[in-house]
Design a protein. Structure first.
Lengths: 612, 85
């Protein structure tokens, strides 16, 4: 029987990055995993599959007492060597952006781990008795026997600004392995273990109480250096303290080692209140950095910001989160054209250099009103919000209110809990979840979004812990990773370095506000280095009003781009289609909170359509 | 004559091709549909005579052409280290 024509047989070498990484474990066996893509290392029956990259390889090799020949080994070989030396404790010593699977039949180990802070994505699903892991949800849903259904409850909750489960994704069958965790498989179950946590016991943190104990400069220098290992560097240079501090350290480090200084990649916003071109140019000039300073509207072009953002949904694992994405991608391409392969950002500076205002609740509870006053003064010196608004935030919203909630929780936990649950859903748009089953699921999930009313380590620690694993944080990091893959570049964030976070997380709050202003650990140094820029007194600049006006301008066009309707979400029962359409039409021209909901809905509809 | 895949090589069928992963060399290869069919036959332990016979029947080509195609692919597989020595 003839089955086809005989073409010349061909064998093509495929770059490993072109094959999406996939690891499949048959659940009822103890043997090897089926692996596709990534990089592998094998020693006898011991098998390592690795995707991503390690940093600080020299230090790792030194700890492992490996010779210079192994220093040049692929990352998978180093992971294998680390595992042989430290067993599963190896993951806590690895730094970088990676996912790694280890199969060691002799010791009954079958595990897949994600890097400490989640720079590299890792997802999993089950198919019958098999468990599959991949770096992209779409790799998993492309497998035969894996449902492609979207997660209706997650979609509905997103429209209500709730994300109750950090492990879930917008695909019903796909879940996330959390940062700093490994998934262990035995014959009968899949269990998760957190291998990296700066403060395992929230009520007994080993606080760092002096600047020397934090060792910020050394840790930050190492964090930046780790980010420079990926080749010619660029820096998203705004006029803020975070990216300027990264630029200063990176430039020093590269110059000292005889390498080309990084390229400054800056967006300008001429004619707006968030324009920082003067500062951006002055920093680049002082540091001797070549600079691409691109005006925002030139970066996004005639298409604007929102429609290209919707276009990006075609490939993303979740609806686009960073609404500025198209502008920064254009800037990154500018860098790519100038041989930049790694872009450093100041992301994470707000999270780890700044105090959460919930500290106010802890201080009031202790009766330390002098520190509350200092905190309020610090906020006023560091931000541009009105004094009234800042006072309301520090004293009431993040101060007395959580304390009252804590007291009521202690007095009548069930009653207070019911009230909190009701309040959590009271502002849900009426057009979300017309389907009763879905609405019931939403109501059932809502309590999981509420922060602990009586946190054992206090409100400050509760918020710090949350920052490491909040679904929006993970979503943003994963999105950046995908952007990097699309461009063939690395996006690196020194302030998300595990060892730096480990110190900043445990720093006594007063040290972070050294000098009476936020980001005290970098502010004074930068103030001395760039005396003419006044960075020691700089207040944080927000682009919120610019984005709102841009969104109000472009919203109608974005709505047109999806045909002015929501058939995909409507058919799923996630929204009441006519009511949602009407609500969007009524809010698109306004710069109001309703506009935010309208844009989220348009974005979600655009993403869901691609999945159908 | 028979061949065996290298023990470090894992093959996986996709729609119309086979992806071969050489796990110790960190290399990935892709065979087109014809190459995939020959790889399957080789992996089953079939001899060169059997492979040529199968190809002539399945694709209605001459033995000489089938032999030529098999030889070309085996050379490429050997050069890439995908067959056991």
């Amino acid at each position: 029987m003839t089955v086809g024509t005989l073409d010349r047989p061909t064998l093509r070498d495929v770059p490993s990055e072109a094959i999406p990484w996939l690891v499949e474990f048959p659940a009822d066996e103890t043997g090897a995993a089926h692996v596709r893509g990534g990089h592998s290392a094998v020693s006898g029956s011991l098998q390592v599959s690795f995707e991503g990259f390690l940093v600080d390889r020299r230090s790792l090799c030194s700890s492992l007492n490996l010779g210079p020949d192994l220093f040049a080994s692929p990352d998978a070989e180093l992971v294998l060597a680390a595992y042989r030396r430290w067993g599963l404790g190896a993951f806590g010593r690895l730094r970088g952006a990676f996912a790694a699977a280890i199969v060691d039949p002799a010791n009954g180990v079958r595990t897949v781990a994600r890097d400490p802070v989640g720079m590299h994505p890792l997802f999993y699903t089950t198919r019958g008795r098999h468990v599959l892991f991949a770096s992209h949800p779409k790799t998993l849903i492309a497998q035969p026997g894996v449902s492609r259904d979207v997660n209706r409850a997650a979609l509905a909750d997103h429209l209500c600004w709730r994300w109750p489960d950090p492990q879930e994704t917008f695909f019903a069958a796909v879940r996330r392995v959390l940062p700093g965790s490994r998934a262990d498989l035995t014959r009968s179950e899949l269990t998760f273990h957190r291998y990296w946590n700066p403060a395992p016991d929230a009520s007994a943190i080993d606080w760092l109480s002096t600047p020397d104990a934090i060792g910020f400069d050394d840790r930050f220098d190492r964090a930046v250096n780790r980010c420079l290992e990926g080749g010619p560097a660029g820096i998203f240079l705004s006029g803020g303290l975070d990216s300027i501090s990264v630029a200063a350290v990176a430039t020093d480090r590269l110059r000292t080692t005889g390498r080309p200084v990084p390229r400054a990649l800056s967006l300008g916003f001429p004619g707006t209140t968030c324009d920082e071109r003067a500062t951006q140019s002055a920093v680049a000039r002082t540091l001797g950095m070549p600079q691409d300073l691109v005006n925002f509207w030139d970066a996004v072009g005639s298409e604007g910001l929102l429609r290209p953002g919707l276009e990006l949904n075609r490939t993303l694992a979740a609806p686009i989160l960073n609404t500025w994405g198209p502008a920064y991608l254009a800037l990154a391409r500018r860098g790519r054209a100038n041989q930049v392969t790694t872009i450093l950002t100041g992301s994470g500076g707000d999270e780890w250099l700044t105090l959460t205002p919930f500290l106010s609740a802890d201080l009031i509870r202790k009766g330390d009103f002098a520190s509350v006053a200092r905190l309020l003064a610090c906020w006023q010196r560091s931000n541009r919000l009105s004094a009234l608004r800042q006072g309301h935030s520090v004293l009431w919203r993040f101060g007395l209110r959580p304390l009252i909630s804590q007291s009521l929780h202690r007095l009548a936990p069930k009653t207070w809990s019911r009230r909190r649950n009701r309040r959590a859903v009271r502002h849900d748009p009426p057009w979300v979840a017309p389907d009763r089953t879905l609405r019931a699921a939403q109501l059932d999930r809502a309590p999981r979004t509420l922060a602990a009313a009586d946190p054992p380590g206090g409100f400050y620690v509760r918020e710090m812990s949350e920052a490491l694993r909040h679904p929006l944080v993970l979503w943003e990091l994963e999105e950046q990773h995908q952007f990097g893959q699309q461009l063939g570049m690395r996006f690196m964030h020194p302030y998300w370095d595990a060892d730096l976070i480990d110190a900043l997380y445990r720093s006594q709050p007063a040290l972070l506000n050294a000098g009476g202003r936020s980001k005290g650990l970098v502010r004074q140094t930068l103030g001395r280095r760039f005396p003419e820029l006044g960075l020691d007194r700089q207040r944080k600049l927000a682009a919120t009003s610019f984005f709102r006006s841009t969104a109000a301008l472009e919203g109608p066009r974005a709505f047109d781009a999806i045909g002015g309707d929501f058939p995909a979400l409507g058919s799923l029962g996630v929204i009441d289609r006519p009511a949602a359409r009407s609500a969007v039409q009524g809010s698109l021209h306004q710069s109001s909170p309703a506009l935010k909901s309208a844009l989220a809905l348009i974005n979600l509809e655009s993403w869901v359509r691609v999945q159908q | 004559m028979t061949w065996r895949p290298h023990p470090d090589v894992v093959g996986r069928r996709t729609d119309q091709a086979v992806v071969l992963v050489h796990v110790s060399a960190n290399q990935i290869f892709e065979l087109n549909e014809t190459g995939a069919r020959i790889w399957e036959l080789i992996s089953q332990g079939q001899s060169s005579t059997d492979v040529v016979h199968a190809l002539t029947h399945e694709f209605e080509i001459s033995e000489a052409r089938a032999h030529e195609q098999l030889t070309a692919l085996v050379q490429a597989l050997n050069a890439a280290g995908l067959l056991a020595p």
